[in-house]
Design a protein around this ligand. Structure first.
Ligand code: DOR
Length: 426
């Protein structure tokens, strides 16, 4: 028998109830919930919430290929510090995750790090080149549940249609990065009032909306399951809302940065704010928040995109798009949007767990017998983000120096305390 771990006097956040209790963990599972429990290791949970661990549908871990920016180990540590007990690893690695060997490597490295579950996604097309379909049947056999060319949208309608047909047959999900690439050549910021006079090619909302529109029609035709990555425009939210009313099998995510930062930040030409899709207008931000509130958007996903200093600290037009997200996600979302704790847990944990079909994170409540993947957090602590204090190998956070509210205190993965009082234990 392993040592037992007791979360004492914590406020459990479950889908059906919020209540104060002790939670006892042993042998990787919740072994008791009730008052007056005892355990070998005791963690004080007074004033803190405990929910199922957070699940990120959209993490760039950069390994294999760009270990200077992040490794599976450093990214897993950042995830655990953010309260995540599972992350979906994006496939724009080198080599890309379009084959069984690379997928197995990523999963293995995740197990070795032992800080959270790393679920590799597969590609939609070979090499993410948009030319031929990845071997979905082989990928599905080794446990891939979600395929995406993230970083690129699948431009060919015919290939995307075939991918959705396969998705239905194999019970997997196609996750689309919605971007019509011929509309965003050279673009570095939103195409709108704020920035169109700055002399940098703009990134029109239409580039996203056109692909959302096309793919909704493809789902109507095929019945394949589609997840829409990092939505950023008001029009996309409206389209998804209608598609859901029709009963189409579509889910959608939004990032913390698209909820909290607006396009005017790019007036500074600071590449820290360059991201794909770009930061949008207050009107878009409002629509994204409404989408969260009414269930049109199912999940918050970080799009954690580490970039090494020498690449990100280049002029705006050449710097790569992307920003860190894992360690600040809860706080940024909690600061930007007013959500009750059950809704927060649904967006950060239960819904993304269901979308990724993660068996040990099925969006289930904390209950006796369930796997002990738990985040312990609050919504009131105010702290200032310091880039050098982050565990990620890269430091490209747009929140450096910013005060945010809400904090992850402890993370329990597979029954083991991996983060205690905001510090990673391994
Ligand atoms: O900003 C982004 N960065 N968006 C993406 O879709 C890809 C990502 C990356 O890989 O850096």
């Amino acid at each position: 028998m392993s040592q037992s771990l007791l979360l004492q006097n914590v406020t459990v956040v479950n889908p059906d109830a919020v209540f104060v209790s002790d939670v006892l963990i042993q042998n990787g599972r919740v072994s008791a919930i009730g008052n007056g429990l005892t355990g070998d290791i005791v963690v004080n949970g007074s004033g803190l919430y405990a929910s199922s661990g957070f699940v990120d549908l959209h993490t760039h871990l950069r390994e294999p290929g760009k270990e200077e920016a992040e490794t599976i180990e450093s990214g897993s540590r950042a995830a655990a510090l953010g309260g995540y007990t599972a992350v979906v690893a994006m496939p724009n690695t080198d080599p890309a995750q379009d084959n069984v060997a690379t997928v197995a490597f990523v999963r293995e490295q995740g197990i070795k790090a032992g800080l959270c579950e790393v679920l590799p996604s597969g590609c939609i097309t070979v090499g993410r080149l948009g030319e031929s379909l990845a071997p979905f049947d082989q990928l599905a056999k080794v446990g891939v549940t979600l395929c995406t060319d993230d970083g690129n949208g699948v431009q060919s309608e015919s290939l995307m249609q075939q991918a959705l047909v396969a998705a239905k047959k194999l019970n997997i999900t196609m996750a689309q990065h919605c971007e019509v690439s011929e509309m965003t050549i050279g673009a570095a910021m939103h195409d709108g009032e704020c920035c169109s006079h700055l002399g940098v090619p703009g990134w029109p909302a239409e580039a996203e909306v056109q692909m959302v529109l096309r793919d909704i029609e493809l789902v109507r035709r095929t019945g394949g399951r589609l997840h829409l990555l990092h939505l950023s425009t008001a029009e996309s939210v409206a389209l998804v809302r209608d598609a859901k009313k029709e009963g189409l099998p579509i889910t959608a995510e939004v990032t913390p940065h698209h909820l909290s930062l607006q396009d005017t930040l790019l007036k500074s030409f600071n590449p820290i704010f360059k991201v794909n899709p770009p930061l949008r207008t207050p009107r878009d931000i409002e629509a994204l928040k409404e989408g969260l509130a009414d269930g049109t958007i199912d999940a918050v996903a970080t799009d954690h995109a580490p970039h090494a200093g020498h690449t990100k600290e280049q002029p705006l037009d050449v710097a790569p798009p992307g920003m860190l997200g894992l360690e600040t996600a809860l706080a940024v979302v909690n600061t930007a949007v007013t959500l009750d704790v059950q809704k927060l847990a649904a967006l950060m944990s239960w819904n993304p767990a269901r979308i990724a079909r993660l068996e040990s994170h099925q969006g289930r409540p904390l209950a006796v017998g369930e796997p002990a993947n738990i985040a312990v957090w609050d919504t009131t602590s105010v702290w200032t983000v310091q880039k050098d204090a982050l565990a990620s190998k890269s430091k490209n956070t747009p929140y450096h120096g910013m005060a945010v509210r809400g904090r992850v205190h402890h993370t329990i993965f597979n029954g083991e305390l991996v983060v205690h009082e905001g510090k990673a234990l391994k």
